[in-house]
Design a binder for this molecule. Sequence first.
Ligand code: FAD
Length: 495
Amino acid sequence: SAENALEYDVIVVGGGPAGSTTAALVAMQGHNVLLLEKEQFPRYQIGESLLPSTVHGICQLLGVSEELREAGFMPKRGGTFRWGSNPEPWTFSFSISSKFSTEASTAYQVERMKFDQILLDNARRKGVEVRERTSVTDVVEDDGRVCGVHFTDADGVRHTARSRYLVDASGHKSRIHQRVGGKRLYSEFFRNIALFGYYTGGKRLPAPNQGNILAAAFDSGWFWYIPLTDELTSVGAVVRQAELERVQGDREKALSKLIDECPLIAEYLADAQRVTDGPYGEIRIRKDYSYSKEAFWRPGMVLTGDAACFIDPVFSSGVHLATYSAMMAARSINTSLRDQTQETAAFEEYEARYRKEYALFHDFLVAFYDMHQHEDSYFWNAKKVTNNTASELESFVELVGGGASNEGALVDAGSYLTERASAFEELSQIVQRPVHVEGEDRNLLQASLARSVVKAGARIQVQAVIGENADEQTPVRPGGLIPSLDGMHWTWPAA
Ligand code: FAD
């Protein structure tokens, strides 16, 4: 039947940033990828303030930098916070960290309808078969291994598709993650509720910080104030669980009341109008979003982005964790598709690194929610949780810019790509010398030689070329893997 024809190397559930990034980076290695998305894009999503690691790291690897520039998103130089014991707002810029080159020191505030569409269209262009209005209902298992999905298409017709790997990138609301096993462990600490809407005509911070995210604490919690365009602002209150009753009734009244309680936000919105129609016309609520799964993968299946974990809206780590985890999941899949004996090591590496990045943000944010501290104490904490040798302020900016891991691909993907390309070139020249075989055999032989030469230690020669990324030659944990030369697989460090 036609059903039997649906066979792929990889199936991805969900076309948000995690799904379209994983799908594209796997398809770019020549694998056959199907992505299934429940909605018709563009679709609304929250999570509009991005970090440099996403904009200049992952998006550059994906090849969408130019498109992002042309989309005209609001440039974000950093953040401005009325937070902690200091009664005055304080501001940080990504540019104070040496990790973010001048160009990489500006991120964007994005309308997710546009941003997610760019990433999904890019996945399509990279060869991913994308089907929208297609809902995955369950996974298919065979002998304890996940090997596909059941889904319902736009016409309500049910299908089954099979794959060697399944990526669950279906976000916070979906239940597909349950099939990876283990529980979703909800945070005892972050039990916040968000109530949010959109305004036109809100005030802007003085130049050059008019694109900064503004965060303002008040008695019941804090507000985000994100300038999406010169006119449009995303405004949300994040309040404690104890305030649940206050946001359950009339949302319009609840939001205005909360704004009244926060003088800085009230001042910024004094002449603004709430948007009342279209996708921005609704006042939305989100809760129960701080959790981490007990397991991030099982044979044949991996969770990326919000499907695996999410912390809290403060400091905008969501899309960073989604796209960074997606890149690492793609590495694990690419590695395993090439050599299934490496599967356990590859996915353990994925989980270890994703948990490490999650823990950095988590531990820092716990300290950040102590409102009695001066900002210097928050900076000190950032240095502590990251074990950074840079100054306290710089450690803080590196962390909240998404650059705390030693991943060249996150902070300066441009030079990462060129360095890797030239290292690869050099390596293949070394490898080519003794080979005298014609045709396809030659390519295969070269590929396998390249692998064995890397393992045997030619890496040392290549390391000289990679230079600054040499820190990535050391695994982040004993017995762990490191990114391969092309950055799209994992490999073993030289003995
Ligand atoms: P999503 O973006 O949720 O994408 C999942 C996709 O899967 C969706 O398109 C959905 O339609 C699809 N899907 C679901 N189920 C199925 C199914 N069964 N079959 C097929 N498709 C399916 N992050 C930031 O970076 N900056 C911020 O400022 C920020 N603010 C936030 C504020 C709040 C209140 C909250 C709750 C989160 C915020 N986040 C922020 C986090 C951000 O929203 C998420 O981390 C991010 O969207 C995760 O991306 P994702 O690709 O994992 O999931």
